[in-house]
Design a binder for this molecule. Structure first.
Ligand code: GTP
Ligand code: MG
Length: 136
């Protein structure tokens, strides 16, 4: 059965949206496997975002992810990777479709990083790698 790593980023946690977001994932029929609230370390984020090292938004992204606790979850289900990314909406909250997490709860705060509430793995290989980082 497919698994994915979901993060509720510091903006989602500080705005008390963790429950609302997790409820949508469960309501879609995916099964919660692991759940915790955690303060990321720079070392974890360097691994998690290794594909973005060197991009202009990389350092602001890491600082944002260190700015407060995140909620990390493993969810399981048929096609859960694609299913959660559909539920999350596109990366930019300004244009993310209504009905998605980012479209309904996110907006452009004028900052250097998209404060877009959630992360979801983008492939089976990414999911395995990311689960190893957050649930070592
Ligand atoms: P994640 O689920 O968080 O991985 O989002 P994603 O897959 O939709 O985006 P991606 O992996 O490309 O980028 C990771 C994160 O970096 C995004 O969620 C944003 O927070 C930030 N980000 C990505 N692209 C940009 C960009 O072009 N500009 C800015 N400012 N931030 C970006
Ligand atoms: Mg991504």
């Amino acid at each position: 059965l497919e698994r994915t790593l979901i993060l509720i980023k510091p903006d989602g946690v500080s705005r008390n949206l963790s429950g609302a977001i997790l409820a949508r994932v469960e309501a879609k029929g995916y099964t919660l496997v692991e759940l915790k609230k955690i303060n990321a370390t720079r070392a974890m984020l360097e691994q998690h975002y290794e594909e973005h090292v060197g991009k202009p938004f990389y350092e602001p992204l890491v600082e944002f992810m260190l700015s407060g606790p995140v909620v990390a979850a493993i969810f399981e289900g048929n096609s859960v990777i694609a299913g959660f990314r559909s539920l999350a909406g596109s990366t930019d909250p300004t244009t993310a479709a209504p009905g998605t997490v980012r479209g309904d709860f996110g907006r452009d705060w004028g900052l250097k990083v998209q404060q877009n509430l959630v992360h979801g793995s983008d492939s089976v290989e990414s999911a395995e790698r990311e689960i190893g980082i957050w649930f070592a």
